[in-house]
Each structure stands twice: as structure tokens, then as C-alpha cells.
Design a protein around this ligand. Structure first.
Ligand code: NA7
Length: 867
């Protein structure tokens, strides 16, 4: 009889990493009764806190918050000694957690996982460990941390140095004594900034090589903040819950103070308070717009630079230590204890690599462009291959032989930062695309672990074996992730958040910046919508509810949330006069829009009396005439006036370089159809006849309009064609109302909740035109003859009831051989693209509109630019 082949070890789940996330994952999986094995290459628990033992290593979120909340008893039994605990204390805490829950029995230390492969027929992962041992499991969970793979020293000659070399990320356990030594520290990120003051205490000479000066604020370390302790005492659960739903994982109320609107005194007060508090989430929350508005950011940055100048004695060193070239917060800001003061010590020197780059590391020191330095030891504080390094380095092969490394060659692609298509049952804790490094890690880790545990439980309860995101859901999440980043200043920085610190790494914003609470909600919504965007399979079963969990632009969603919270009455329940007053009131505090060269008001003769107009002339060169755009405001033929669309007109003028003439027209219900359309046509005739007086170029005349304004603009084009003039060179129709048929799908999909509702549209039509007139092409231009009309640009917004008629108009124009450009305002509502300087994600759409206007006037001069 043959000896039976040895049966490979089998587990329900294998977890890699025994830091914060791996420990809690193990705890939760055990609770579910699953068999688990955790591997870690370290000699004990701790993850990043096991390895990063450099002098001065501390957390940069107060430890009262940077702590587990899943075990109330643990919270009672453990007291942090300081506001920002040291690495040894945090490590001690994690050991305490491991002891308390007897976690070590399922952890194999000093064991690296070298590869993992999905075995499709068996629906299992095959894990290979360092010694070539194979272990099988159903679920493979990466608890490998975001900052665990050190960046290799990418400096010429690094291997030549004969003396000891230290990495902050792999510090010797026995510690290092630099007494009497000449020490070089390369890197001024958090690790450098924390360790430099302590290394300076021992070294006889310390030279700091700085490539990028970093923003750092004093930690003001000491006892745990009294206010947090009070809040925890009063209601620990409520406090922890507030953290879970907060923006950053610490209960900080986001400010609504805008830098530009605050007085100098208020600005300083707010800054000083944050400076004294010494917390990252405080200094990042001085002004609501500091993360998105360059001018607001500069105000904070300059106040930090003032502090640096006031601390560092030598003005040249102070200036070199002043961060420039990146916005505050776009690279991880640091908390320090005496960092800038260290440069006042006679044996400490700063070398600014921007002025004097390193040429090479030599056997006995470092050679820069201007000087040779001799050193006894070199410390690399040069950072990590953040967020993706540990994942792509783990040799993971999913279905059909696809490796994670190959899949992510252009940057990571995940659904919720948790999973990735092609890799069934492969989970990432705090993976790219989740809040992770932008948040209090402890809170984000607990949320991820809880979600994964819930998911595995649901799979088991429903008799399912595998789960994997769909391509649609994953692409949607990647898009959402980038949309969130795009409205901030973050993508402008060469940060490790962008992968920019590692040569050759794709430039992609890695973490999710939409906020911890918003993210949690998205994850929860996925589950309540039957695991939207996931395919789940089991014996004889395939379940998939496909879709995208977040497709609205994040700033549009914020505006919607704000507007909905105001609880304004539905406009269609008001009289026209009340609706007009409400519209004017809601516009009161909005930003004015960009400066233009000149704004003048006047009147033009209309078919039945004067019509007011406002002319916007672009600033700057070229002198001389410009193309003219006659613009018509929105408001359902009932609302709106020259003021209502003023910021949009300024924006179009500044971006396109054209003279914009915004013309008011008669409104319903006082004057009904076809007055508005006839006024619009009269305005176009007048502008054509008076082009020179308007500073325009004769023959270069376009029309534009938003909503009902786009309706009358489109009608004016048809009337001009029928009348044989004037010649209109283009029509820009922004979310146009072009048909009176309110049954298209977008009226159903977007009929409620996005400001312009189907009910309101009906109210507008009722005010404007009798049912019998609504088929008239002067009311519903989609029903007219479209041949021979001017080239068009039509903007259709995803969440607009009018979306489908805009698209239908574009298709119909195309069919009539009219050149058309259809611009999709992705993730926008009917109103959001027009919200200049409020909805940042509308700017690229308006840039496209301006470009379209430019194309209507091919011979026009170069345009003024607004970013
Ligand atoms: P960071 O924040 O990535 O800092 C690394 C530092 O090293 C940073 O100043 C880099 O300059 C510098 N660096 C990197 N490569 C080089 C080379 N080749 N030459 C000179 N200088 C170099 O890593 P940390 O370990 O300090 O902090 C990581 C996170 O851990 C931290 O944010 C906290 O969340 C905890 P650069 O800015 O790239 O020009």
C-alpha cells in the first residue's frame, strides 16, 4: 500500500502581517469560527511598529484616537502615557492586545510569504512561504501595511559607503549609539524630522541632506489631551462613533471658514490655535478651502514659514528650511519636537540638495556638487514604496495567470481599496483606493476588517464560496477616487501619495480622499445593495448585482447634501414671485466668478420694449475687436435675470476670450410663449447689427444659453436660418430644454433630488406655454427642421432630467449634418456645471465649453486662460 501523499495545510483564511490590521483580522475571523493562519516575517507582532524603531519614532495621530475600539475592556485596561506615544509604547500595546486575546497561537513569525496563486478549480489560494512550504486557503488577506516596503536608496554610489548604514524603517533592535560620530541623515520626511533632534544629541557632527523642505508643526507632546479624555469619559462609544463617521477618523468638526472671507485677525487666531494644539487634523482644518484653493493654502503655508523663520537663527538656513513648491498638506505634514531648533546647534548643518545635489556616496562620506563630506555613519530616512509596494511585491497570481504586478503596471486598480478584479477572495486591508494613510489608521483598519469579516460571514451564510468585484464597479471606483483627488491640490505634489517618490512608479493618487465617514457609507451601501459591484459564486450559483456605487462628482454631492439640508420649499409649490425671491436669496453668498476686463450694462430694443443686457469684455491683450457670444440665462422661462448667471458669464468670457453679451428676455407667466424666443432672436439681430459698437468682429457671432436660455438660443438659431440671417457661427447649449416631452428616461432617473426636478420642469412648461403650443419648434426646437443650423456644442449632465433631450438634440443635429460636439458633464447635475468657484469639478467642463466657443471662431486670437 502506498503512503498517502502529505495533505497540505488548509485554512479558511491566510493573513499576511501581524500589525494593527492583521491582529484585529485574526480576532474577527476567529470570532466567526474560521480557521486562520497569520504569517509575518517579523519576530513578533507590531507590523510597522516592530520595524520602525528609529529614535524619536512616534505616531502622528493622538494615541487616544490611534487605538483599537473593538474591545471596551481593552480600552479600560490600557492607558496611554502621552499624547503621541513612542514606538516602544505602541509596540507594547500591540503585544498587550496579542496577549489579551491569545492571538500568537495562530501567528507564525519569522515566516515570509513569497508567493500566492489562485487555484480556480479548487477555488483556493495556494500560498508559498519562505521555505517553499505550501498552504492552501479559501481567502487570502493582505494586512501588509501601507508603509512597510522601504524605498531602496536611489542615490549614486550608495553601496560604496564602508561605514554603517541605517534605515529608519529597519532600525537595529539593540539601538544605535552615535556618540562622537559624524552622522549624515538623508531625508526630511516624518522619519527624518522625528529622528534628527535625537541623533543630534549624540552625534559630534550631524549633517542633514534635504531634498524637499517639509511642513512641520510642533507636536506639543505631553499628557493625553484633556479635552479628548473628558469626551471619552463622558461617552466613549459616542466619541468612537463620531470618529468612525468623521472625515479623518478623529472627531474634528470640519470648519466652514473660508480663508478669503476671514479677516487677518481671524486668520491668525485660527492659525495660532491650531499651532498650539499641535495636531495634524487641526492644522489641516484652519480654513475650509485650504486643501482646494491655492490662495487659501498659501495663507497657511506662509504663516508656517513665518514660524520657521522665527525659530531658526541663521536666515539662510531658515529660508532653506521653508517649504516651497508644494501646497501645505499635499505631502504628509509632520509633527516634531524641536526639529527646527536643532538647526541652531553649532554641530548641526543643513545641506540643501536643490542647490547642491548629491553627486555620489563615497567610501567615507558624501560628495555633493560643491563639497566633500566625511561621515562615520549614514542614516537613510528616504521613505517607502507606499501603499502598493508590499502588495505588488508579494508575487500574487490571480485567475488566468494574471499577476497583480502586471495588472497594476499603470497604477493600482481596486474596488473600495478592498479587492481587485481577477483576484477572487483576495482582500487588501487599507489598500489603495481606501482612506488609509489620509486617516487615523486605527479607525480605517477596524472598518476594513469589520467589512471583510461581515463579507466572509455573508458568503458563508449564503452558501457562497467566492467574491470578486466586477470590472464596471472597479472602474467606477477608480474614477471616483481620482475625481475626489482632482478637486484638491494633492495631484500637484510630488508626494508618496502620488507615487512620485519612487522612480518609475506610475503617477496616480493612491489613497481615497473623500473622507472616512463617506467611505464607510459607500462600503455599507455596497452591502445593503446586495454587494453591488461584486460577483459572488457558490456551488451552482452566480450572484451579481452590477453597478457603480458612487458616480456623482464628490463636490456636487456635497452641494446636494448642503442644499437638501437647507430644507427649502419645492419651487413648484411657490408663486413665480416667491420662486424668484428664493432663487435670488440662494445666490446671495456665492463667489462672484473671475475678474474680467470690463462689465457694462445697457438696453437693447426688443420686439415689445427694451431688454436689459450686460456686456463682459475679457481682460488683457489682444486689444481690438473680439468675437461676440450672445448669452441667455436659465430659469425655466420664469426665473433668472442678468445677475443670476453673472458668474457663469464671467467665466465663459475669461476662458473663451470672447465678448459675452448676456441678454434678459421677457419672462412667463407675465408674458408667455413665444415672447422669450422672439426676444432672443431680436437680441441676436441687434448684436449682429451692432457688432462693431460692441467691440466685436463682424460675422463672428455665436449664441449660448443654459437650460431655458439654451432653449431660446437654439430657437434663435432656427429663426435666423429661416429669416436668412443673421449668420450665427455656433451655438453652445448647456443642459438645454429642447423638447416638451417629459417622458424620456432621464426625467424618471433624475426626476427628484437634484434641484431641477421633473415636477419643477412641468411647472416651468405650465407657466411658459399652452399645451397646444408645446409642439411648436419655437418651444420645442427638437421638433423643428434642423438642416442648415450652426455648429453646436451641447452639454448633457448625467444627473439632469434634461439629459436625454440634450443628447437627442445632438443626435438629431448630427442626422441633419450639423457639426455637433456632445460634452458629457460626468457626475454633474443640471445646475452644478454653472456653479463657478463652488463646484470645482465643473471647471474642466466649462473649459470644454470655452474651447467649443473658440472653435466657432477659428480665426480668433489666442484666448485668455483661467485654470
Ligand atoms: P517620506 O515622508 O517619504 O520622506 C522621505 C524623505 O526622504 C523625503 O524628504 C524625501 O525627499 C527624501 N528622499 C527620498 N529619496 C531621496 C533621495 N534619493 N535623495 C535625497 N532625499 C531623498 O518618508 P518617512 O519615512 O519620513 O515618512 C513616511 C510616513 O511614515 C510619514 O508620512 C508618516 O505617515 C509615517 P522628497 O520629499 O521626496 O523630495
Amino acid at each position: 500500500m502506498n503512503k498517502p501523499a502529505s495533505v497540505p495545510e488548509q485554512f479558511d483564511a491566510v493573513v499576511v502581517g501581524a500589525g494593527f490590521s492583521g491582529l484585529y483580522m485574526l480576532y474577527r475571523l476567529r470570532q466567526l469560527g474560521l480557521s486562520v493562519k497569520v504569517f509575518d516575517s517579523a519576530g513578533d507582532v507590531g507590523g510597522t511598529w516592530y520595524w520602525n524603531r528609529y529614535p524619536g519614532a512616534r505616531c502622528d495621530v493622538p494615541t487616544t484616537d490611534y487605538t483599537f475600539s473593538f474591545d471596551p475592556e481593552l480600552e479600560k485596561e490600557w492607558t496611554w502615557s502621552e499624547k503621541y506615544a513612542t514606538q516602544p509604547e505602541i509596540l507594547e500595546y500591540l503585544r498587550f492586545v496579542a496577549d489579551r486575546h491569545e492571538l500568537r497561537s495562530d501567528i507564525e513569525f519569522s515566516t515570509a510569504v513569497t508567493a500566492a496563486r489562485w487555484d480556480e478549480p479548487a477555488k483556493q489560494w495556494v500560498i508559498t512561504t519562505g521555505g517553499g512550504r505550501e498552504v492552501r486557503c479559501r481567502h487570502y488577506i493582505m494586512a501588509t501595511g501601507c508603509l512597510s516596503v522601504a524605498k531602496s536608496p536611489d542615490i549614486e554610489g550608495a553601496e560604496r559607503f564602508a561605514g554603517p548604514v541605517y534605515f529608519t524603517s529597519r532600525w537595529p533592535h539593540e539601538g544605535v549609539d552615535f556618540t562622537g560620530q559624524r552622522v549624515a541623515v538623508i531625508g526630511t520626511g516624518s522619519s527624518g524630522i522625528q529622528s534628527i533632534p535625537l541623533i543630534a544629541r549624540q552625534a559630534s557632527q550631524l549633517t542633514v541632506f534635504q531634498r524637499t523642505a517639509n511642513f512641520s508643526i510642533p507636536a506639543h507632546n505631553g499628557p493625553a489631551p484633556a479635552e479628548t479624555l473628558r469626551q471619552l469619559d463622558e461617552g466613549r462609544d459616542a466619541y468612537r462613533d463620531a470618529a468612525r463617521w468623521s472625515r479623518g477618523g478623529v472627531p474634528v468638526e470640519p470648519t466652514d471658514v473660508l480663508a478669503g472671507a476671514a479677516s487677518e485677525e481671524v486668520r491668525r487666531e485660527r492659525f495660532e490655535a491650531a499651532w498650539q494644539q499641535g495636531e495634524l487634523f487641526g492644522i489641516l482644518n484652519i480654513f475650509a478651502d485650504q486643501g482646494v484653493n491655492p490662495a487659501a493654502n498659501d495663507i497657511v503655508a506662509e504663516m508656517i514659514r513665518e514660524k520657521i523663520r522665527a525659530t531658526v537663527n541663521d536666515p539662510e538656513t531658515a529660508e532653506a528650511l521653508c517649504p516651497r513648491g508644494h501646497y501645505f498638506g499635499t505631502k504628509r505634514p509632520c509633527l516634531d519636537t524641536g526639529y527646527f531648533e536643532t538647526f541652531n546647534l553649532p554641530h548641526v548643518r543643513l545641506v540643501d540638495l536643490r542647490k547642491e545635489p548629491i553627486v555620489s556616496i563615497t567610501e567615507d562620506g558624501i560628495e555633493t556638487a560643491g563639497e566633500s563630506f566625511g561621515f562615520d555613519a549614514i542614516v537613510y530616512a528616504t521613505g517607502f514604496d507606499a501603499m502598493t509596494g508590499a502588495l505588488v511585491g508579494a508575487d500574487v497570481t490571480g485567475r488566468d495567470g494574471l499577476t497583480l504586478k502586471d495588472k497594476w503596471v499603470a497604477g493600482p486598480s481596486t474596488y473600495l481599496g478592498l479587492m481587485t478584479t481577477g483576484f477572487p477572495n483576495f482582500f487588501m486591508l487599507t489598500g489603495p483606493g481606501s482612506p488609509s494613510v489620509l486617516s487615523n489608521m486605527a479607525v480605517s483598519i477596524e472598518q476594513h476588517v469589520d467589512w471583510v469579516a461581515g463579507c466572509l460571514k455573508d458568503l458563508r451564510d449564503e452558501g457562497l464560496e467566492t467574491i470578486e468585484p466586477t470590472e464596471l464597479a472597479e472602474a467606477g471606483w477608480n474614477q471616483h477616487n481620482q475625481d475626489c483627488a482632482a478637486i484638491t491640490l494633492h495631484p500637484t505634489a510630488n508626494s508618496w501619495y502620488m507615487g512620485a517618490n519612487v522612480p518609475g512608479k506610475p503617477r496616480v493618487f493612491l489613497p481615497y480622499i473623500g473622507g472616512v465617514g463617506a467611505y464607510r457609507q459607500a462600503c455599507d451601501d455596497v452591502v445593503t445593495q446586495d454587494y453591488l459591484g461584486f460577483t459572488r459564486t457558490g456551488p451552482g450559483a452566480v450572484r451579481c448585482t452590477d453597478g457603480v456605487i458612487r458616480s456623482m462628482q464628490p463636490d456636487v454631492a456635497m452641494v446636494m447634501e448642503f442644499v437638501n439640508a437647507l430644507g427649502l420649499p419645492a419651487m413648484e409649490t411657490l408663486s413665480a414671485a416667491e420662486a424668484r425671491a428664493l432663487m435670488a436669496a440662494t445666490a446671495e453668498d456665492r463667489p462672484p466668478g473671475p475678474e474680467v476686463g470690463e462689465v457694462t450694462d445697457g438696453v437693447i430694443p426688443g420686439p415689445d420694449g427694451d431688454l436689459p443686457y450686460r456686456l463682459y469684455r475679457p481682460a488683457g491683450p489682444p486689444e481690438g475687436p473680439r468675437p461676440v457670444v450672445v448669452y441667455f440665462h436659465g430659469g425655466g422661462w420664469v426665473l433668472g435675470n442678468l445677475d443670476s448667471d453673472d458668474p457663469l458669464c464671467r467665466d465663459l468670457c475669461a476662458r473663451s476670450g470672447a465678448v459675452v453679451v448676456s441678454v434678459n428676455y421677457r419672462h412667463a407667466p407675465e408674458v408667455r410663449f413665444p415672447a422669450a424666443a422672439l426676444d432672443a432672436f431680436a437680441a441676436v439681430q441687434w448684436a449682429d447689427a451692432n457688432a462693431i459698437e460692441l467691440g466685436g468682429i463682424p460675422g463672428q457671432l455665436a449664441v449660448a444659453g443654459w437650460s431655458a436660455g439654451a432653449n431660446v438660443a437654439a430657437v434663435a438659431c432656427q429663426l435666423a436660418r429661416d429669416a436668412g440671417g443673421p449668420r450665427i457661427t455656433g451655438q453652445l447649449l448647456i443642459c438645454p430644454a429642447v423638447d416638451s416631452d417629459l417622458t424620456r428616461p432621464s426625467y424618471e432617473e433624475n426626476g427628484d433630488g437634484y434641484i431641477l426636478t421633473t415636477a419643477l420642469m412641468r411647472w416651468f412648461w405650465d407657466h411658459y406655454a399652452d399645451p397646444a403650443d408645446r409642439g411648436d419648434p419655437r418651444a420645442a426646437p427638437l421638433r423643428g427642421d434642423l438642416a442648415g443650423l450652426p455648429p453646436a456644442c451641447i452639454v448633457a449632465a448625467d444627473f439632469d432630467p434634461l439629459r436625454d433631450e440634450g443628447v437627442a438634440y445632438a443626435r438629431a443635429l448630427e442626422a441633419a449634418a450639423v457639426p455637433v460636439r456632445l460634452t458629457r458633464a460626468r457626475g454633474h447635475t443640471h445646475t452644478s456645471v454653472t456653479m463657478v468657484d463652488v463646484v470645482i469639478s465643473g471647471a474642466p467642463v466649462r473649459a470644454e465649453m470655452a474651447a467649443a466657443l473658440g472653435n466657432f471662431f477659428p480665426a480668433a486670437e489666442p484666448r485668455a486662460h483661467v485654470s
